[in-house]
Design a protein around this ligand. Structure first.
Ligand SMILES: NC(=O)c1ccc[n+]([C@@H]2O[C@H](COP(=O)([O-])OP(=O)(O)OC[C@H]3O[C@@H](n4cnc5c(N)ncnc54)[C@H](OP(=O)(O)O)[C@@H]3O)[C@@H](O)[C@H]2O)c1
Length: 246
């Protein structure tokens, strides 16, 4: 069976990707920052679906262990064909507010760790596809989540140059989600409120992203593509994110 590696797979979108891929028959190498009940629950669900799965703890703010992660996974699984870089932090600080430690953590988690995982995937696996989970705001100049946005722009650029460097062996694509799930501490009223900034007037769902993921998996001639699944939000230059999430 092919194996998919999913970073940030214990909760929310990463969990949705893992469960979907398991339903397609993939074995799953599930990464999370630390073992906790949510992570164990996903592993139990994967187990119940009859696929091979294993959890891997790695804190991406500490770079030392990241290189080793791919070694561990490739020791445990033979036919790895997919890496999904979904783990990220999301800190609301504009440029002036950005704390130096948050800047470092954001780049470590959102850009440097995916960079190292991609590099190691190319060296050790050298087949299949990498999908980087980006954000529709890479097309807009929104200062509210400054370090986050810059890290995702960097990851988008990395996606494209890796697609050129590695296309004969490993396809590299991205998904840029828009308004899908409310940020930590928010509920569905946040989605309703923010939907007014989306040209389609609504918010998306994890299933919309899974649909895009499936397209990238199935279409072997798609490489270096960034799929914007955002209801057209990235096309709206007049949009300004509220200064404070309410
Ligand atoms: N939600 C949306 O509507 C939306 C919109 C645009 C883009 N995105 C992007 O989609 C991806 C998934 O979004 P999400 O909302 O599901 O994300 P999330 O709930 O914020 O969780 C992301 C994952 O990142 C992992 N993570 C955070 N800090 C980490 C660290 N120090 N080391 C290792 N892992 C760490 C977390 O792992 P643990 O749980 O194990 O700590 C978590 O599973 C992200 O890349 C995000 O930027 C999401």
């Amino acid at each position: 069976m092919p194996t998919a590696i999913i970073t940030g797979g214990a909760v929310r979108l990463g969990k949705s990707f893992a469960l979907y891929l398991a339903s397609k028959g993939y074995d799953i190498a599930l990464h999370f920052s630390k073992m906790r009940p949510e992570a164990q629950s996903v592993l139990d669900q994967l187990n119940g679906m009859g696929v091979k799965s294993k959890g891997y703890t790695c804190d991406f703010s500490n770079m030392e262990n990241v290189e080793e992660l791919l070694n561990k996974i490739s020791d445990d699984f033979s036919d790895i064909t997919l890496l999904i870089n979904s783990a990220a932090n999301f800190i609301q600080e504009n440029i002036e507010e950005t704390k130096s430690q948050n800047l470092l953590d954001t780049f470590h988690i959102n850009l440097f760790s995916p960079f190292i995982l991609m590099r190691e995937y190319k060296k050790k696996i050298n087949q299949g596809m990498i999908v980087n989970i980006l954000d529709e705001r890479i097309l807009r100049n929104v200062p509210t989540f400054a370090a986050y946005s810059v890290s995702k722009v960097g990851l988008a650029h990395l996606t494209r140059i890796a697609a050129i460097e590695w296309g004969t062996q490993v396809r590299v694509n991205g998904i840029a989600p828009g308004l899908i799930l409310p940020p930590a501490g928010q509920d569905d009223s946040y989605l309703k409120r923010e939907s007014k900034h989306v040209p389609t007037g609504n918010h998306g769902s994890p299933e919309n992203l899974i649909n895009g993921l499936n397209y990238l998996i199935e279409n072997s001639f798609v490489n270096g593509e960034i799929l914007f699944i955002d209801g057209g939000e990235s096309l709206n230059p007049g949009y300004t994110f509220p200064q404070q999430l309410q």
